[in-house]
Design a protein around this ligand. Structure first.
Ligand SMILES: NC(=O)c1ccc[n+]([C@@H]2O[C@H](COP(=O)([O-])OP(=O)(O)OC[C@H]3O[C@@H](n4cnc5c(N)ncnc54)[C@H](O)[C@@H]3O)[C@@H](O)[C@H]2O)c1
Length: 312
């Protein structure tokens, strides 16, 4: 279905370079564009390092790695490449004016049947992007790092057509991704909405003095954290039984945090400059911890978990 499709990724930062790698390792010709040429040099180095690491981890074959390296063209000038694209992923930084401007340029330069996607985490791209074919505009929200995380949240706009959605789902599936569809723009999509709800309740339980941050993490790591990789919250309630969970929810709902302002624990921590790993202290203490080493060890754990989940 996607034979000879050319993929244009605009924005060669953390996400754009990773998304380029995902497409290229599955045999697609990719043009990676960034208005800052030095970012393209950095992206090429990053992709080369990442594919080598993926081979070592056994997550990509040598052949896929070679493909990924050779199939990506680096082009700072959109006017030289946009007309060749069948599928565009915009992945520039989170700034509404910059994204509006990019979509305006793409609209002028791309063919009329090109599909436009935004990798935005936060913007309502359907209000921002003024394009001639809104039926071919949607959000494809990849997770970091895109070449490891399987989920892509696909958000439809008010005019996105069913045909576009079907094509995007098929394309993502061919990449080995797991698309989750959201039928209209809602802030936070699925993952960040649910993460925000969990963290609002967790912060509330800490500020009320009912428990500690350590015990909340201990509780979740040892229950939901283990199950969620193979059984989401909806499947879990099917197993427990909706009669039981619904009757229990009646008492619990009344006592849950229903704060509509920002996370109150977060507010307190920010006021004290305790921003987390990057400032050396958040709810936990990172004194003496090398942030990069910490993040590397975390990435290694994610890779181990993904391998374990594949064996289920
Ligand atoms: N970093 C994440 O974990 C993550 C996860 C999911 C989605 N996102 C979203 O993906 C998008 C990109 O995020 P990122 O973390 O890769 O950002 P980044 O800052 O690493 O990269 C952004 C890139 O866009 C380029 N750029 C900026 N303006 C441009 C323009 N007008 N034309 C061409 N290139 C331009 C910059 O030079 C830079 O290379 C954002 O919308 C972000 O919200 C980020």
């Amino acid at each position: 279905m996607f034979e000879n499709w050319k993929i244009l990724i605009v924005g060669a930062g953390t996400m754009g370079s990773g998304i380029a790698q995902v497409f290229a390792s599955k045999g697609f010709q990719v043009i990676l564009s960034d208005k800052f040429p030095e970012q393209l040099i950095r992206a090429q180095e990053r992709i080369s390092n990442d594919v080598d690491n993926l081979i070592k981890e056994g997550l990509i074959t040598q052949q896929e790695a070679e493909k990924a390296k050779t199939l990506i063209a680096y082009e700072p000038d959109l006017t030289k490449c946009a007309s060749q694209a069948n599928f565009v992923v915009e992945s520039i930084f989170e700034n509404a004016d910059a994204k509006r401007e990019i979509f305006s340029q793409l609209d002028k330069l791309c063919t009329s049947d090109c599909i436009f996607c935004s990798n935005t985490s936060a913007s309502n791209i359907f209000e921002i992007a003024q394009v001639s074919h809104p039926e071919r505009l949607l959000i494809t929200h990849f997770f970091n790092p895109p070449f490891i995380m399987a989920l892509v949240e696909v958000v439809m706009g008010p005019k996105t057509s069913g045909e576009t959605l079907d094509k995007v789902k098929a394309l993502l599936t061919q990449l080995g991704k797991e698309p989750a569809i959201i039928k209209q723009y809602i802030p936070g999509f699925i993952v960040n909405r649910i993460a925000t709800a969990i963290t609002r309740e967790a912060g509330y339980m800490v500020t009320e003095g009912w428990t500690t941050a350590q015990d909340i993490d201990r509780a979740l790591r040892n229950t939901s954290g283990i199950r969620y990789a193979f059984e989401g919250p909806m499947a879990l309630y099917d197993i427990v039984g909706w009669d039981l969970t619904t009757s229990v929810s009646k008492d619990i709902h009344k006592t849950l945090c229903n704060d509509t302002e920002v996370n109150s624990l977060g507010n307190e921590l920010v006021a004290k400059g305790e921003l987390g790993l990057k400032s050396g202290k958040g709810v936990f203490d990172y004194t003496g911890v090398d942030p990069q080493q910490f993040l590397n060890e975390r990435s290694a754990k994610i890779v181990k978990m993904i391998k374990a989940v594949k064996e289920l």
